[in-house]
Design a protein around this ligand. Structure first.
Ligand code: FAD
Length: 549
């Protein structure tokens, strides 16, 4: 058997499936190879879906289904710090429950510039919905129980060797491009000769997924989605998975505890929950993991790319593992589609690594820096933290205040969502102005080319994002300006470009120019008060036809 496809995606995790859906919606047929059975759940890892990822789901047309999944409607999405799960509460970061997610503006992420605030849903609920969306998308085929073994590539394509795990039969798939989205142990990464560099071990964690129907009654009220637990002996983190009876407990191992299995799981669980020997629970899975900070030194070898955990791994602070991977996929997807549709030369693909690798490195360092702060915090817990004495109360207040200041940065990470910009891209027309810096927590909206076009709502109530075309959109803030030469230059090169007229009085102050060219991923490609003298040169720049970038 020999299959042929324009794009072959290895790995049907969240990154591979999102890449496939976006490509297919752009008219590019693709095949996904996935080792798991159809419907087989992933392990209980990611819980936080970022605002940018929710915006992607909105664009792809299934955000409502994702928003409806996860914790019960009224279950608080708050993050708390407690001594034990049933002990004293030290601080609370308010994140609205689903029922009020679009209306409650009181939390630290309540004023975010987006139509889609973040969402809390575990990967075991998210992935089946992504898979369902993939199945409903024409032009996309997911082949389950198929394992990628290796590939060779030539000037016109890639031939991958695949094994059917049920029959043991091996066959080839011929593809124009291959994208490895098969997670941290990526074979594609090895096959393209990429090396992971960074910090191999930052934190070892013994994680336990368990069912305990009585815990919801015992935990300190009000409920919370995530609880950091600080006892005098050890620290942990408890996540509500279904908001009823399933939980995930991360037990941060002490420096001398190298082997998670050698640490008494049951005793640690009872200590962190603050429950006695009579407490009943069922262990569902051991999910032990090691926090790292590793980024691949290359994301591409000619016709083969890597995305998501295949390209980077770090401690998932700020909930930015899968979300960063989906951002990679959304960047690569439109570049590949532009090339495969014939209006962009292959050199447009150079932009992927030039844009994503510095951002990835940056996020990994934010996560690492935050991890160091969090490790410091939980290893310097005052001995009186659990005492019901004035000294204990004071310790709890002090630790609580410091914990709020630290963790609000990761749970309201506006900078990670909206602040990052692409500099040094070969397909962006820069104009000499420097983009404003950002932190994990803060950003400054800006129209400097490379930044995300600042959010605003149009007079008809649509957020800007909903009004943008599938491809490039020229925003015109002065209806008198003749933009015909640019539209014609785009049409002549086959570049899909839509025009959107916007009343200047309605836009945020960050918009200082009369024209702005927005890319399919909402990043600014160019801005100006008049059209450039040579519109074709601008079109060639954005479609990757300017040799040397
Ligand atoms: C404890 C924990 C908490 C986390 N929390 C968050 C969070 O809140 N937010 C967040 O964004 N991220 C979080 N992450 C990270 C997140 O889980 C990962 O970044 C995400 O799963 C990566 O998605 P992926 O699609 O790149 O890879 P994976 O999810 O690993 O998917 C890869 C897929 O490829 C398949 N596969 C592997 N090899 C082959 C092969 N040879 N052939 C065919 N198929 C193959 C696998 O079966 C799998 O389905 C967390 C991680 C951990 C450990």
């Amino acid at each position: 058997m020999k299959l042929e496809t324009p794009v072959l995606i290895v790995g049907g995790g969240p990154v591979g499936i999102c890449l496939a859906i976006d490509l297919a919606q752009r008219g590019i047929h693709c095949v996904v190879l996935e080792r798991r059975h159809a419907g087989e759940l992933p392990s209980v890892k990611c819980n936080h879906v970022s605002s940018r990822t929710m915006e992607t789901f909105r664009r792809l047309g299934f955000v409502a289904r994702i928003r409806a999944a996860g914790l019960p409607d009224d279950y608080p999405n708050d993050v708390v710090v407690r001594t034990t799960a049933t002990g004293h509460e030290l601080t609370r970061i308010h994140i609205p429950c689903r029922r009020y997610r679009y209306t409650d503006r009181s939390g630290p992420d309540g004023d975010w510039p987006t139509a889609e605030p973040p969402h809390r849903v575990n990967q075991i609920f998210l992935e089946p919905l992504l898979f369902e969306a993939a199945q409903a998308t024409p032009g996309l085929t997911v082949l389950n129980r198929m394992e990628y073994l290796g590939h060779i590539q030539d000037a016109s394509g890639v031939t991958a060797q695949v094994r059917d795990l049920d029959s043991g039969r091996e066959f080839h798939v011929r593809a124009g491009f291959l994208v490895g989205c098969e997670g941290g142990r990526s074979l594609v990464r090895r096959a393209i000769g990429a090396q992971l560099t960074g910090d191999d071990v930052i934190q070892r964690v013994q994680s336990t997924y368990f069912r305990a129907p009585e815990l919801i009654r015992l935990v300190t009220k009000p409920d919370a989605w995530m609880s950091y637990l600080y006892t005098t002996e050890r620290a942990g983190n408890l996540l509500a998975i279904d908001g009823r009876e399933t939980w995930l407990l991360h037990n941060y191992l002490l420096p001398h505890e190298q082997d998670a299995d050698a640490v008494d799981r049951d005793a640690c669980l009872r200590r962190l929950l603050g429950v006695g020997p009579q407490f009943q629970y069922t262990l569902l899975a051991k999910e032990d993991w090691i926090g790292r900070r590793l980024v691949a030194d290359r994301f591409r070898d000619r016709r083969v790319f890597i995305c998501g955990d295949a390209a980077h791994l770090w401690v998932p602070y700020a909930g930015y593992g899968m979300n960063a991977g989906i951002a990679d996929a959304m960047n690569l997807s439109w570049l590949l589609a532009a090339h495969l549709q014939g209006w962009a030369p292959e050199s447009i693909l150079d932009a992927h690594q030039r844009e994503r690798q510095p951002i990835t490195e940056q996020v990994s360092r934010f996560a690492m820096q935050h991890a160091q702060g969090a490790i410091r915090e939980r290893t310097t817990v005052p001995p009186q933290i659990e005492d019901s004495t004035p000294a204990g109360e004071m310790a709890r207040r002090e630790v609580g205040e410091a914990a709020y200041a630290l963790h609000v940065q990761q749970f309201a990470c506006a900078g990670l969502n909206f602040g990052y910009f692409y500099e040094g891209s070969p397909i962006i027309a820069y104009d000499g102005e420097t983009a404003p810096g950002y932190t994990m927590h803060r950003h400054t909206p800006s129209t400097v080319p490379g930044c995300r076009a600042p959010y605003f709502v149009l007079p008809d109530g649509r957020p800007l994002q909903d009004a943008l075309g599938t491809w490039y959109t020229l925003l015109r803030f002065d209806g008198e300006l003749d933009v015909e030469p640019l539209l014609q230059a785009a049409a002549a090169a086959g570049v899909p470009l839509a025009l959107l007229d916007v009343e200047a009085a309605l836009v945020p102050a960050a918009y200082r120019h009369r024209l702005l060219l927005c890319r399919p991923d909402q990043h600014v490609a160019w801005r100006g008060d008049t059209l450039p003298a040579d519109p074709s040169a601008l079109v060639d720049r954005i479609r990757g036809a300017v040799v040397g970038g």
